[in-house]
Write a protein that binds this ligand. Structure first.
Ligand SMILES: Nc1ncnc2c1ncn2[C@@H]1O[C@H](COP(=O)(O)OP(=O)(O)OP(=O)(O)O)[C@@H](O)[C@H]1O
Ligand SMILES: [Mg+2]
Length: 198
C-alpha cells in the first residue's frame, strides 16, 4: 500500500498528507509519542492535544496516522461530528474495497466489512464541537467508554480550554479518562494558517 492509499484508508484528508515533524509546535512530547508509537498503541496509550484555532492539532493527528503505517494495523481519523453522525445512523461499519486483481491502481484482495471501533488507534478531531442532543452525547460517551474499557488507544484534539472542560460534566468525564491514558499537550501561539500568496 502506498502512503497515499494508507492515509486515505485512515480517513486523513489530502490537505494534511504533507504533515511533518519539523513544523510541530510542541515537538518534544509529540515526537516522543511518535518514536514509541507501536508500543504505546499496544498499551492503549494516546495523546490529548489542546490548543486554539490553527496551531497544528489536525496536522499532528495526520502525522501520527502517517507514521503508524506498517506499525499499527488499523488507524481511523474522524471528527467528533462525523463520528456522532455514524453513531446516530448506526453506520460506523465501513466497507473496505479491496480488489481481486490489481486494477484502477488499487491493491489486490477482497471486499470486507470492518468496524473501526475495534481498530487499535482512533484519531478523534474537533472534540467539543456542538452536540445535537443528549442522546448524541451519550452515544459518544458510550463509544469512547468502550474503547477505554478495552484498552484501545485514542488520540484527541480539541479547541476547548481547561475551564470549558471543567464546566461541562460530560467533557470532564471523558477528559478525566484521557488524563489517565494520554500524554497531554497544550499547544499555544498564533494560527499557523497563512493567507494565500504569502
Ligand atoms: N506539523 C505540521 N506539518 C505541516 N503543516 C502543518 C503542521 N502543523 C501545522 N501545519 C499547517 O498549519 C495550518 C494549521 O494547522 P491545523 O489545521 O492542523 O490546525 P488546527 O489546530 O487543527 O486548527 P483548527 O482548530 O482550526 O482545526 C495548516 O495549514 C497545516 O497544514
Ligand atoms: Mg483542526
Amino acid at each position: 500500500m502506498t502512503r497515499e492509499q494508507w492515509l486515505e484508508r485512515c480517513g486523513v484528508g489530502a490537505r494534511y498528507w504533507d504533515a511533518c515533524r519539523e513544523r510541530l509546535r510542541e515537538p518534544q512530547v509529540i515526537c516522543a509519542y511518535l518514536d514509541d508509537l507501536e508500543a504505546r498503541v499496544k498499551d492503549g496509550r494516546g495523546m490529548l492535544l489542546l490548543g486554539p484555532i490553527g496551531v497544528g492539532k489536525t496536522a499532528a493527528l495526520a502525522l501520527i496516522a502517517k507514521e503508524a503505517q506498517g506499525k499499527v494495523p488499523g488507524v481511523w481519523y474522524v471528527t467528533v461530528t462525523r463520528l456522532i453522525g455514524h453513531l446516530l445512523r448506526q453506520s460506523e461499519l465501513r466497507r473496505e474495497m479491496v480488489y481481486e486483481r490489481a486494477e484502477y491502481n488499487l491493491p489486490k484482495g477482497r471486499e470486507e466489512v470492518v468496524d473501526p471501533k475495534v481498530w487499535p488507534l482512533l484519531l478523534l478531531d474537533e472534540f467539543g464541537a456542538a452536540y445535537e442532543s443528549d442522546y448524541a452525547m451519550a452515544a459518544l460517551e458510550d463509544y469512547l467508554g468502550w474503547r477505554y474499557d478495552h484498552k484501545l488507544a485514542t488520540c484527541v484534539a480539541s479547541n476547548l480550554t481547561p475551564e470549558q472542560i471543567r464546566r461541562n460534566p460530560h467533557y470532564a468525564r471523558l477528559v478525566d479518562r484521557w488524563r489517565e491514558t494520554c500524554d497531554v499537550v497544550v499547544i499555544g501561539g498564533e494560527s499557523q494558517r497563512r493567507p494565500s500568496g504569502d
